[in-house]
Design a protein around this ligand. Structure first.
Ligand code: ZN
Length: 455
């Protein structure tokens, strides 16, 4: 039997062209709804000189300007707080009494926004989609999933709905409770899956033997789910985690409940597979992160900032929302699992992008190259910024943890080799300072890539 990549059975029988037509039918209905129910979106359409009925295809949608970036969402929330005493923004399309679940962004880059706000109908739909997506990592009825993120009001809370939809049991432990408690609960509950950030999964490899006198491999997990940072997209990190845990490690994401994706069961990382084309058009709408001009997302290898437009959402549907995630799109069939839809590799945040001598450089691209030098490096590093990005006056300063077995005398040679690799692959000549292994602080939430020395 063919693998059922999509939740809706009919989608599994469709060609990619037919799936696009299916999306377009939903798009027309969704845009009419947003225009009808929200003065905010009416105003956006009017500003663009368009009516929702002008947008009948994904191509038409791509031609519309961006309606919202992160700062606009924040402003919209401030205004709705002032005007209607609620934080869900002027772009809220459903009556405020209909809100059933809300989750915010982590707030690591400013005031949290309530981007994960759903009506009951929304979370029923999204929950089933989130669940189906995780079933592709093998999760099903009877699985126990230790879920270790900042919980409660935060975005990750919606994933618990997906796990419950599957009949799996989430064991949710707030990341702020610390890793000792997490390990104690792993001992007590014998989970089959662990969900956390990739850096935390890495941290547990060393921490577990100190607390439990056993290795992470002894958890005998069926799989490990990671999200929140760029992790297993880096080959060294995928290898390190999978060999330590003795199971497949997956990467999944769904910014604002859109762009739902998961990596597949393969030795190599082949990106986040767009397994929910009926949820949004995110994989088909890219712009340049700086100019916000369209980038052809149907071209294999295209790089751009993803623009979200929801296809079935009542509460806070994204419409032309450039949320800040920069991805590289792959359009060819996945060599790992045969998936025929689009795949995306997260490259970084639009606001993380650096411009060095006119060239766009993403921190991940740097980290990607540096981690290939393991075990001479630990993989932990920081980019030191003396002035606000994106423009950097060369040389770019890097702080890199060297490996445990690297002596002082080896450092100049290592620095030269890393410098040469960075110059060959992404044309930068960095200034490298080494620090001892473990010296750069690890966070249980998102580990920062930048160290900022300016005020
Ligand atoms: Zn695949």
């Amino acid at each position: 039997m063919e693998k059922e990549f999509y939740l809706v059975p009919e989608l599994n029988k469709m060609s990619q062209e037919e799936i696009r037509l299916y999306q377009e039918k939903k798009l027309i209905k969704q845009l009419a709804y947003c225009y009808r129910t929200s003065a905010f979106y009416r105003h956006k359409f009017d500003e663009a000189g368009a009516k929702p009925e002008d947008i009948a295809t994904i191509d038409d949608l791509r031609k519309l300007p961006i309606f919202m970036v992160k700062d606009d969402e924040r402003k919209s929330a401030q205004e709705s707080l002032k005007k209607y005493s609620h934080p869900f923004g002027l772009h809220l399309c459903a009556p405020v009494e209909e809100i059933y679940l809300t989750g915010t962004t982590s707030g690591t880059t400013g005031t949290p926004t309530f981007s994960y706000t759903f009506t009951k109908r929304d979370i029923n739909f999204i929950g089933r989609q989130l669940g189906h997506r995780l079933s592709l990592a093998g999760i099903g009825k009877g699985d126990r999933v230790v879920f270790f993120f900042a919980l409660g009001i935060y975005a990750t809370t919606m994933t618990l709905w997906g796990l419950r939809e599957l009949g799996a049991l989430p064991i949710d432990i707030d990341a702020r409770a610390g890793t000792d408690l997490l390990l104690q609960f792993i001992e007590l509950t014998r989970p089959t899956y662990l969900a956390c950030t990739p850096s935390l999964a890495e941290f547990l490899i060393e921490k577990t033997p100190k607390v439990l006198t056993k290795d992470v491999r002894d958890f005998k997990l069926k799989g490990c789910l990671t999200t929140g940072e760029i992790g297993i997209a880096l080959p060294e990190i995928k290898k390190k985690l999978e060999s330590a845990y003795g199971c497949r490690v997956y990467d999944y994401w769904s910014p604002c409940g859109n762009a739902m994706g998961i990596s597949c069961d393969a030795e190599k990382y082949h990106g986040l597979h767009a397994v929910a084309p009926d949820v949004c058009t995110s994989y088909d709408d890219l712009v340049d992160p700086i100019t916000k001009k369209p980038v052809d997302s149907d071209e294999d290898g295209a790089i751009g900032e993803m623009v979200h437009t929801a296809l079935e959402r009542e509460a806070c549907p994204a419409v032309k929302y450039a949320y800040g995630d920069v991805v590289q799109i792959y359009t060819k069939e996945c060599p790992g699992c045969g998936f025929k839809g689009k795949r995306a590799k997260l490259i970084g945040r639009a606001d993380d992008m650096l411009i060095i001598k006119g060239v766009n450089v993403y921190p991940t691209a740097i980290k990607d190259i540096v981690t290939t030098f393991a075990p001479d490096v630990t993989g932990e590093m920081r980019i030191v910024l003396d002035a606000p990005p994106p423009r950097v006056v060369p040389p770019l300063k890097l702080k890199i943890e060297h490996g445990k077995k690297v002596g002082r005398g080896d450092l100049p040679g290592l620095s030269k080799r890393i410098g040469a690799a960075l110059h060959n692959k992404i044309k930068i000549r960095p200034e490298i300072a080494f620090v001892k292994p473990g010296e750069l602080p690890k966070e249980t939430r998102k580990t920062p890539i930048f160290e900022k020395t300016y005020e």
